[in-house]
Design a protein around this ligand. Structure first.
Ligand SMILES: Nc1ncnc2c1ncn2[C@@H]1O[C@H](COP(=O)(O)OP(=O)(O)OP(=O)(O)O)[C@@H](O)[C@H]1O
Ligand SMILES: [Mg+2]
Length: 156
C-alpha cells in the first residue's frame, strides 16, 4: 500500500525547504511517523525545521545528532514534535528504549536516517526522500514523499 504524497519537486534554497516543511506539516496529525532519507547535509534537519514551524513548535530545532532524540512540546491540544536522528542507532533499538518524555500517540515523529528504523515504529509511515543535485555547489535539492500503509491511502 503506497501513495505518492509529493511528486519529485525541486527545492532551490534552504528557506524553500523550510516552506515545504510547513506545507507537509499540514498533512500531519498526531501519531504520524515521518522518515527522512537523504545524504549528509541533504537538508533533513532543515525540512524538519519547517515541519516544526508548521506544527507550532517555538523552540529551535537543531540537529539531534548528539542526543539522538528530542521532544518539542506545542502549546494547546496540538501534537508535539519528536525529532529523532537514527544515524547512530543500531538495529534492534526501539523508540521505547530511548525513554522519551513524550507520548508518541500525541506526537508527530520525524526520524532522520529513519529508513528501517521508522518502519518499526508504525504500520504507516510517510517516507520523504531528499536528493542533492549532482554538483556540490548546486543548492538545489529534489524532494519526494511516499506514504506507506493504510494511513496514507488516498481518500481516507
Ligand atoms: N535547497 C536546500 N535545501 C535544504 N538545505 C539547503 C539547501 N540549499 C542549501 N542548504 C543548506 O544545506 C545544509 C543542510 O543541512 P541539514 O543539517 O538540514 O542537512 P541534514 O540532511 O540534516 O544533514 P545530516 O545528515 O548531517 O543530519 C544547511 O546548511 C542548509 O542551509
Ligand atoms: Mg540532520
Amino acid at each position: 500500500m503506497t501513495t505518492v504524497v509529493l511528486e519529485r519537486t525541486s527545492v532551490p534554497t534552504a528557506d524553500a525547504m523550510r516552506d515545504l516543511g510547513v506545507t507537509l506539516s499540514g498533512l500531519l496529525t498526531a501519531g504520524d511517523v515521518v522518515v527522512l532519507d537523504g545524504d549528509l547535509g541533504a537538508g533533513k534537519t532543515t525540512l524538519t525545521q519547517g515541519i516544526a514551524r508548521g506544527l507550532g513548535v517555538t523552540d529551535a530545532v537543531t540537529s539531534p545528532t548528539f542526543v539522538i532524540a528530542r521532544a518539542h512540546a506545542v502549546a494547546g491540544d496540538r501534537p508535539a514534535l519528536v525529532h529523532v536522528d537514527a544515524y547512530r542507532l543500531g538495529s534492534g533499538v526501539e523508540l521505547d528504549d530511548l525513554d522519551l518524555d513524550a507520548d508518541l500517540d500525541r506526537s508527530v515523529v520525524v526520524v532522520e536516517w529513519g529508513t528501517g528504523f521508522g518502519e518499526r515504529l508504525a504500520t504507516s509511515v510517510l517516507a520523504v526522500r531528499i536528493e542533492r543535485a549532482d554538483t556540490e555547489t548546486d543548492e538545489v535539492r529534489w524532494v519526494s514523499a511516499v506514504g506507506h500503509g493504510p494511513r496514507w491511502v488516498a481518500g481516507r
